[in-house]
Write a protein that binds this ligand. Structure first.
Ligand SMILES: [Zn+2]
Length: 115
């Protein structure tokens, strides 16, 4: 069973900061609810977005960077490094949201997508 919607070619063209392979691989899954405070999360090629945010190009542009990161590092390495960066931030006394924002994977996604 295929889960999630592909980006049309005209939509893919709106995200030139992401390699074509990832614009073609991504699947957008719209959910009625998501973790409080979160409107989008990427798991591999799947970008889960809270209903009402599926047309938010800034959000999709950000999550597409994570799709590329997942692909480049593969799931175990990506998850281990992402979590390690978060834990390092917390051990240095950062709050949850500060540790999240300072995570190098998030810094890169913001820098490339503008969000
Ligand atoms: Zn992010």
């Amino acid at each position: 069973m295929a889960v999630g919607r592909r980006l049309r070619l005209d939509e893919q063209a709106r995200f030139p900061h992401v390699p074509p392979v990832d614009r073609g691989r991504v699947r957008i899954v719209v959910l009625p609810v998501l973790t409080p405070g979160i409107v989008g999360i990427t798991l591999g090629r799947w970008v889960l977005v809270r209903r009402g945010h599926e047309h938010d190009d800034a959000l999709l542009g950000h999550e597409l960077v994570h799709v590329r990161q997942w692909r480049e590092l593969r799931a175990p390495v990506f998850l281990a490094r992402y979590l390690a960066a978060y834990v390092r931030g917390r051990l240095r006394g950062k709050s949850h949201w500060d540790a999240y924002a300072a995570n190098p994977f998030e810094v890169e996604a913001r820098a490339l997508s503008g969000r």
